[in-house]
Design a protein around this ligand. Sequence first.
Ligand SMILES: NC(=O)c1ccc[n+]([C@@H]2O[C@H](COP(=O)([O-])OP(=O)(O)OC[C@H]3O[C@@H](n4cnc5c(N)ncnc54)[C@H](O)[C@@H]3O)[C@@H](O)[C@H]2O)c1
Length: 316
Amino acid sequence: MSKSNQANVLITGGAGYLGSVLASTLLQEGFGVTVLDNFLFGQNSLMDCCGNDRFRVIRGDVRNQKVVKDAVASHDIIIPLAALVGAPLCNFDETGAVSTNQTAIESLCRLASPSQVILYPTTNSGYGVGERGKFCTEETPLRPISLYGMTKVRAEEAVLARGNSLTFRLATVFGASPRMRVDLLVNDFVYRAVHDRAVLIFEGHFKRNYIHIRDVARAFLHAIANFSSMRGKPYNVGLEEANLSKLELCATIKKHLPQFTYVEAPIGEDPDKRDYIVSNQRILGTGFRTEWDLDRGIRELIKAFTILRQSKYANV
Ligand SMILES: NC(=O)c1ccc[n+]([C@@H]2O[C@H](COP(=O)([O-])OP(=O)(O)OC[C@H]3O[C@@H](n4cnc5c(N)ncnc54)[C@H](O)[C@@H]3O)[C@@H](O)[C@H]2O)c1
């Protein structure tokens, strides 16, 4: 599959944090792109795509089988991003989490024809509590703890079981997007470093893996270009050099913002107990290389948060 045959891609949840960057990246590469989204957050992130004649948009809910059936037809590749993302949102709306993250994906797998390709992103938080010093590979058993992790793991099983699919187990994503999220770890800490100059950390030695949003979009392009050799498997997607604890992440941010102060205190617990290191060798073995390290992403985020500021109830 290549862009030269102008494949049509359906992105559900394409108006979200990842989808907004992915949709415009695919359009730039010559693909036809349809976004199906219910615009849950009132976001206007796809405005820059609307002038492109290869861009289509459907306002609808992925839990509505008729909407999905109509949307799926005439697309070669389906990238289902629509979800209630993150443990806090899933705990807030448990019914919505199961119906959107799991049942809608299982139903999509039945509605898509076997010839249609599905590329599905899940979270590597499914690895839960890792064994100290041992890298999680795609063979490591998934032991999700939160409802978010469990719905994503079950959806991934359905996607891989249908064949003609592959999945990405994404590290914690960072970087700027037209639909910005400041509830992701790196984005959150840089936002606080820019605006508060300080952050209080819990579970500071817990290690995680990270990946820039533009490298996620590049991983999807890579999967489309190399689908015949990559199909049928899950792939960890993270920065091979960035299995960092929260404290190490703060030290990296401080290199860019020397006034940044961080203090550890037992003020909370991660609902997914994420403390693991991840090997990304499988996707590296297919020729994929990341282009955005943490330093480059932090420089980008400092500029992004100079623009973005939650100051609704203040005069400045
Ligand atoms: N951001 C990360 O760090 C990360 C890591 C691993 C996996 N993922 C996965 O990537 C995908 C996208 O995540 P994101 O960070 O862009 O989150 P996001 O919340 O920004 O995007 C989710 C999108 O889905 C839409 N949506 C929600 N419910 C819907 C419904 N019922 N019908 C139609 N649209 C609906 C929302 O409007 C939004 O545009 C999710 O599946 C998530 O699990 C994200």
